[in-house]
Each structure stands twice: as structure tokens, then as C-alpha cells.
Write a protein that binds this ligand. Structure first.
Ligand code: NAD
Length: 343
């Protein structure tokens, strides 16, 4: 029988972490037990804003604290492996931010610890909680578009001022296609399945003092002869967008996590029309960092002993595709994607 009330801690006190803290406070069965950050000012601000008494600067104290049931890891990507593994080994459930890690090998190490400890690990692929994308997934699963032919998603997000505390994003290991590209890649995988092959190109023109390409295009072969494309730009001069298009034999959807409407083009051959000239506009709530829904899903799995809604396999498979895209850019040829073992 699962526990009724879980003491949850949040490691990291950045903007995303605060959304998780709010989500915990808004979720039945979850108690924001404590928060942690090494940055004193951020810790103090979060402590005050979230009204959380227990605010510490050494995350290992929470690992050793028997009162802690679960941890949400919202620290730099490079720390996910060490922190997640330590909490799992101490018997705590973990929700780890995306990307799960920066290499497939690190993801596999996290999965090995999860398996050995029998722990519960969820990865925060937040696009699965974005209202527009969740609705699109439902419509496609219901067959509204017929058979998919082509899927595409773009991640355009200007990182010029988003280097992270201590510049952790400016790291040769953190290619833009992994750090940001994990969002559109996970979205396409969620909807169209695991691509088998990727061919990517990159260039480096905007963020010249960063060590990796800032613009990438990756084309992929998905199951069932579906083709796909992901565009990532972290140096673009525009507002944040994840414009995504899904082409099926019976219709097309154009959507974005930053728009209040989804555009749906449906084939109306049976009505004597070839197709609608104008799309149907379906209203959606804009909530592109829906951490409250993510926490609710995490807690639902813990409280009701269900499988994690975004498993470690899902998180690792997304990283596998991202890393294959990076490899393809370097090799100048298509790469067959190696996925983690399932268990
Ligand atoms: N799901 C999303 O859409 C989304 C959005 C933003 C960030 N993220 C992810 O969330 C994570 C954090 O990103 P961010 O934007 O909040 O970064 P950030 O740099 O703003 O915040 C990270 C925080 O971690 C703290 N920290 C560093 N080392 C620590 C340690 N040893 N112990 C405790 N705290 C420590 C830093 O002081 C900082 O406050 C990353 O993995 C990032 O990829 C996800």
C-alpha cells in the first residue's frame, strides 16, 4: 500500500525549480519538506517566496534524512547523474529534470542504479504536460489525421543571457541539440515513436563565445515510414517558440506551445471539398512550463503505485537521439540510433 503523504525536497532554486515547488504545494499527497541551493541569495528568496522553513545548502543532508521520501532534481544537467543516483540509493523516489544527462552512458548508469535499487525515477520531459501538445497527441492517437507522413518541431530559444549560474550551459558536452533539442525530439518521439536513423547539420554563427553549434537541423526516419525534422536554434533573434507541424493522410495540425490556438486542416473530400482553405482554430491554454501537471503526474504514480508516466527509458531514449544527432554533425553522415536496453 503506497504512502498517503510524501515529503518532497527540491534541489536547485532557479526559476524552473520554483515552478516545481509551487506544483508540490498545489498537489494533494505532496508536502514541500525542504529546498536546497548553494547560491545563498536564491535559497533565501525561494525560502521566503515558497514559505518553506527547511532551506539548506548541502543536498547530501536530504539524502541522509529518513523523513525525505522524494527529490526533484533541478540543478545543472552535469549534476543529474550524481544526485539522482544518491537519492535512489537512499530509497527516495526521484523526478529528474530534462535532459536526463548529457550522454547515453550516463543515462544508462542512472537506469542501472534505478534497476538495482528497485527505485522510482521519472524524467521531466515537460512538453508532455503542455496543453497544446497533449491535445495534439490525443487527436493523432484517435486517428484524426489518418496515417502520419511527416512530423516536425522546432526549438527556437535565445540563450544569449541564459548561461546558467556559473555558466553551466556553456559546456562543450552540452550541445544545443541535447540541452534544448531534447524538447522537440522528445515531442516527436512521443507522437511518432523511436526514430531509427538521424542525419544532422549544424552551424555556429550567433553564440560565438559558446563552445558548440547554436543552430542545428536534424532529419530522421521514424517507424511506419514516417519522416521527421527537428530545428534547434539557441542564438536566434526572436521570441521563444516550439512551432510543430504534423502531416497525416487525412489532415494537418500546426501548433505551438506559445500560441492560444491549434490550427487543424481536415480532409473533407466526402463533403465535396478538397480541404478547408482556412483551418479550424482550436483554443488551448498556453502553459509551456506546466510543472504543476508534471508534479501531479509524478505524485499520482507514487500515491497509486503506478508506473512512472515518463520513465527513465523515455528520458534516456530522447538523449540517445540527441547524441546521435551530435555524432551525425561531426561525422557528416547519417547515424543509426542506439537505444538503451529496456527492462
Ligand atoms: N523543463 C524545462 O523546460 C526546463 C527549463 C529550464 C531548465 N530546465 C532544466 O532544469 C535544470 C536547472 O536549470 P535552471 O535553468 O534552473 O538553471 P539555473 O542555473 O538557473 O539554476 C540551477 C540552480 O542549481 C544550483 N546549484 C548548483 N549546484 C548545486 C548544488 N551542488 N547543490 C544545490 N544547488 C546547486 C545553482 O546555484 C542554481 O541556483 C537543468 O537541468 C535544466 O536543463 C528545464
Amino acid at each position: 500500500m503506497a504512502k498517503k503523504n510524501w515529503n518532497v525536497v527540491v534541489i536547485g532554486c532557479g526559476a524552473m525549480a520554483k515552478l516545481h515547488m509551487k506544483g508540490i504545494k498545489a498537489t494533494e499527497g505532496a508536502n514541500l519538506y525542504g529546498i536546497c541551493d548553494t547560491h545563498a541569495e536564491r535559497l533565501e528568496t525561494a525560502k521566503r517566496e515558497l514559505e518553506c522553513e527547511l532551506a539548506i545548502d548541502n543536498w547530501k543532508q536530504f539524502v541522509e534524512d529518513p523523513a525525505v521520501d522524494a527529490a526533484v532534481i533541478v540543478t545543472p544537467d552535469q549534476m543529474h547523474l550524481e544526485m539522482t543516483s544518491a537519492f535512489l540509493k537512499a530509497g527516495k523516489a526521484v523526478l529528474c529534470e530534462k535532459p536526463m544527462a548529457l550522454t547515453l552512458e550516463e543515462c544508462e548508469e542512472m537506469r542501472r542504479v534505478e534497476k538495482e535499487t528497485g527505485g522510482k525515477l521519472m524524467i521531466g520531459q515537460i512538453c508532455r504536460c503542455t496543453p497544446s501538445f497533449a491535445l495534439v497527441k490525443k487527436m493523432i492517437d484517435e486517428g484524426r489525421l489518418g496515417e502520419l507522413m511527416f512530423v516536425e518541431s522546432e526549438y527556437a530559444h535565445n540563450y544569449t543571457l541564459a548561461r546558467g549560474i556559473g555558466d553551466w550551459r556553456v559546456d562543450p558536452k552540452r550541445h544545443a541539440v541535447i540541452g534544448g533539442g531534447c524538447h522537440p525530439i522528445d515531442l516527436l518521439r512521443w507522437i511518432a515513436g523511436n526514430p531509427t536513423e538521424v542525419y544532422a547539420y549544424g552551424n555556429h554563427k550567433s553564440l560565438l563565445d559558446w563552445p558548440t553549434d547554436d543552430t542545428t537541423i536534424a532529419i530522421m526516419k521514424f517507424p511506419n515510414d514516417v519522416m521527421g525534422k527537428v530545428f534547434v536554434s539557441t542564438g536566434c533573434k526572436r521570441n521563444y517558440t516550439m512551432r510543430s507541424v504534423f502531416y497525416g493522410t487525412k489532415g494537418t495540425i500546426i501548433c505551438d506551445n506559445s500560441n492560444r490556438e491549434i490550427q487543424l486542416f481536415e480532409n473533407n473530400d466526402e463533403l465535396g471539398k478538397k480541404y478547408h482553405e482556412d483551418p479550424q482554430l482550436i483554443p488551448v491554454v498556453v502553459n509551456n512550463h506546466n510543472a504543476t501537471e508534471e508534479i501531479r503526474n509524478f505524485m499520482d504514480a507514487l500515491l497509486n503505485d503506478k508506473p512512472m508516466p515518463v520513465s527513465s527509458f523515455e528520458g534516456a531514449a530522447t538523449v540517445a537521439v540527441c547524441c546521435a544527432a551530435v555524432e551525425s554533425i561531426a561525422a557528416g553522415k547519417p547515424i543509426q540510433i542506439r537505444y538503451p536496453e529496456e527492462f
